[in-house]
Design a protein around this ligand. Structure first.
Ligand code: ZN
Length: 333
């Protein structure tokens, strides 16, 4: 894969013991150093205009002023330093780079993956939350929509947390389809099955809130039976994957049971969808807080595009997971 990377993203300093810290990117780089076919690309930071295409200008100013004053706690767990402004623009710029690469035809081994931080999917129109300042995936989606070649964008968010920010930003829009699989009851508490969009966005949001303990087979069932068919009928010109790795069974902040090989499997399912429908794919890093599991997960995505078939388990979806997905399908039909 091609990885978008910027040293500037290391400067976003969240202080000691914060789970979202620069060691995450360092661990990924170390793990990828041993892999075949890894290419790093730099990208220009996002400009204010493209950030303000999804966030309010007043909020964008507020983030800049907060960082300029030295940063601090924006809320209980969202922390900025002076360098956060530049890092947030760099992170958004990497996500824009990824969609531009994808739109320009980068696929297969050239598929783009932006390794930015701070992450983005919790950031709403006018506020930072959940470690996120600017909604990188949403900014990238809007950048694609503002080009001439893309009219519809699908976003699949497999981070263990619901991407409330991304959902909110496009909730009433018919040109973006947002799908998420996440742990029910976890932060930020949104992403119920009945949150399906409103107005011209009615039916273009799909949430799969799984109970703690969901595993590869449960995710596979949801992706195969609900997410991919929904994307197929939406018929996007681009698929952005909000790729967090915190649903891993050894991630410290969730209770899901996804394995490293699970991420390879999810990648293969999305890649097949992309190949079958000629939909370009762009990956954008979200969360993932175990350095080992995060870096293994990113490497698993990379290896899948490098041609390695995932080792598929024999597991069946649990009755709970099946009930949730089947209930969702009944709702759609
Ligand atoms: Zn997360």
């Amino acid at each position: 894969m091609q990885f978008g990377y910027s040293e500037t993203c290391l400067d976003h300093d969240t202080g000691p013991r914060h789970p979202e810290n620069p060691d995450r990117l360092r661990a990924i780089r170390r793990r990828l150093a041993k892999r075949h076919g890894v290419v790093y690309r730099e990208a220009s930071p996002a400009d204010r205009e493209s950030v303000a295409a999804v966030h309010t200008p007043a909020y964008v100013d507020e983030v800049q002023e907060f960082a300029d004053r030295g940063g601090g706690n924006w809320d209980a767990d969202t922390v900025a330093s002076e360098a956060t402004w530049e890092a947030a623009l760099a992170s958004a710029g990497l996500a824009q780079w990824a969609v531009r690469e994808a739109m320009d035809g980068a696929n297969g081994r050239e598929t783009p993956f932006s390794l930015g931080r701070p992450p983005g999917h919790h950031a709403i129109e006018d506020d930072a939350m959940g470690f996120c300042f600017f909604n990188n995936a949403a900014i990238a989606a809007q950048t694609a929509l503002d080009s001439t070649s893309v009219e519809r964008v699908a976003i699949f968010d497999w981070d263990v947390h619901h991407g409330n920010g991304t959902q909110d930003l496009f909730y009433d829009r018919g040109d973006v389809f947002y799908a998420s699989i996440h742990e029910d009851g976890l932060y930020p508490g949104t992403g119920e099955i009945d949150e399906t969009g409103t107005g011209s966005g009615a039916g273009s949001t799909l949430n799969v809130p799984f109970p703690a303990g969901a595993d590869d087979a449960d995710y596979e069932y949801a992706i195969t039976e609900a997410v991919v068919p929904a994307f197929e009928s939406f018929d996007p010109d681009l698929l952005i994957v909000s790729a967090g790795f915190d649903a891993h069974r050894h991630d410290p902040i969730s209770r899901m049971r996804v394995s490293t090989e699970g991420y390879a499997l999810f990648t293969q399912l999305l890649r097949r969808f992309g190949d079958r429908t000629s939909t370009p794919l762009a990956f954008v890093l979200e969360g993932g807080y175990g350095l080992e599991t995060l870096s293994d997960g990113v490497a698993a995505v990379h290896e899948t595009f490098d041609g390695r078939d995932p080792t598929v388990g024999e597991g069946e979806p649990s009755p709970d997971a099946k009930t949730i997905v089947d209930g969702l399908l009944e709702r759609i039909e």
